[in-house]
Design a protein around this ligand. Structure first.
Ligand code: ADP
Ligand code: MG
Length: 156
């Protein structure tokens, strides 16, 4: 996936970008979605999840770290790790039910160094540009992040 930088002027445009992104995703993919509160992470995931066949309302995960939906031929996971902080050390397999074969996972507030997320294929970064404008950068990552992780180097 070639890196792309886009500016959107409202939530509909961000959803639409999510729909375009969906066309490039496949079973097993993990998409990391970064950006301050209110930049449109969930809005973008909503557009992508719709295009992948989710018909239920797509809302921010509240009680669990993630929501799971049925898409067209693939399950869709939507995680928000904002409150997770150090919980990962207590439950190392916390993400296992959300990522992997048969699923496409979108992860807001991904944790640095989280092993389960090392194979993420797409990184999206959103930022505020005043009013309803947002800068959105989409970039592909090498499969399984082999350059860093397997060399035992820094995470990101
Ligand atoms: P996040 O998940 O990053 O906290 P949300 O997607 O939940 O953000 O909320 C983004 C809010 O900003 C929504 O209320 C949405 O309507 C509004 N908004 C305004 N302009 C945009 C835009 N260009 N893209 C996405 N959301 C926007
Ligand atoms: Mg959100």
């Amino acid at each position: 996936m070639a890196p792309r930088s886009v500016q959107t002027a409202g939530p509909e445009e961000t959803e639409s970008l999510g729909r375009e992104l969906a066309a490039e995703l496949r079973d097993g993919d993990i998409v990391l979605v970064r950006g301050e509160l209110g930049t449109g992470k969930t809005t973008l995931v909503r557009g992508a999840a719709r295009a992948l066949g989710v018909v239920e309302p797509i809302t921010s995960p509240t009680f669990a770290i993630g929501n799971r939906y049925r898409g067209r031929g693939v399950a869709i996971s939507h995680l928000d790790l904002y409150r997770l902080a150090d919980l990962q050390h207590e439950e190392p397999d916390l993400l296992a039910d959300y990522v992997g074969p048969g699923r496409i996972a979108f992860v807001e507030w991904p944790l640095d160094g989280e092993a389960e997320l090392a194979g993420a294929r797409v990184l999206i970064t959103l930022s505020h540009r005043g009013g309803d404008r947002r800068d959105i950068v989409l970039e592909g990552r090498p499969p399984f992040g082999r350059t860093c992780e397997q060399a035992g180097g820094a995470t990101r």
